[in-house]
Write a protein that binds this ligand. Structure first.
Ligand code: G3D
Length: 173
């Protein structure tokens, strides 16, 4: 929390509504463990090594409404946006769609690639990738590279692959 931003690896920003699973995901990525999470009050950051030459600096900038106004400050160096959504919560898809649309309308995010992580795929009631994609209106984003992948932050499933894909999106953009 509160560490200086590293310039040596591309900055990736993790966003999403509260309870989407961002803290769990970051903790899992960085340590391979699940830590007890509490609603994010500061910004958690860590460097994820994909291989010996490739790393990403991943920022969890919080999801609570009170934090959303400070997202903008972190966007300047952002090379990719990772938007985490709770795929088991259809009741909040509309809210997630609006939050995503709002953040993507920021000037300094124009052309920045987007990875949507449909989290909580371990839950039996989770929506399919296609359903999540439709709810979030992803096909309308023709002005940037985007991708959607399923994952379970809790079980650690799909995370490494997702961030390898994020790195590929950054290279392509
Ligand atoms: P946030 O940082 O986006 O606000 P958290 O979200 O990481 O705090 O996660 C919110 C809740 O969802 C936590 O449960 C956490 O354990 C759970 N969660 C996160 N990822 C997954 C997942 O992949 N699968 C399942 N089943 N649960 C997940 P609690 O009970 O602590 O609120």
């Amino acid at each position: 929390m509160g560490q200086a931003r590293s310039s040596s690896s591309p900055q990736v920003i993790l966003m999403g509504l509260d309870s989407a699973g961002k803290s769990t995901l970051l903790a899992r990525l960085l340590t391979g463990q699940v830590m007890d999470t509490s609603p994010t009050i500061g910004f958690n950051v860590g460097t994820l090594d994909l291989d010996k030459n490739t790393s990403l600096t991943v920022w969890d900038v919080g999801g609570q409404k009170s934090m959303r106004s400070s997202w903008r400050y972190y966007l300047d160096d952002c090379k990719a946006l990772v938007f985490v959504v709770d795929s088991s919560d259809p009741g909040r898809m509309g809210e997630a769609q609006k939050a995503l649309k709002k953040i993507l309308s920021e000037d300094n995010l124009q052309g920045v690639p987007l990875m949507v992580l449909a989290n909580k795929k371990d839950l039996p009631n989770s929506m399919t990738i296609r359903e999540v994609s439709t709810h979030l209106d992803l096909p309308s984003h023709t002005d940037r590279l985007w991708e959607i992948q399923g994952c379970s932050a809790l079980k650690g499933l799909g995370l490494q692959q997702a961030f390898v894909s994020v790195h590929k999106l950054i290279r392509k953009s």
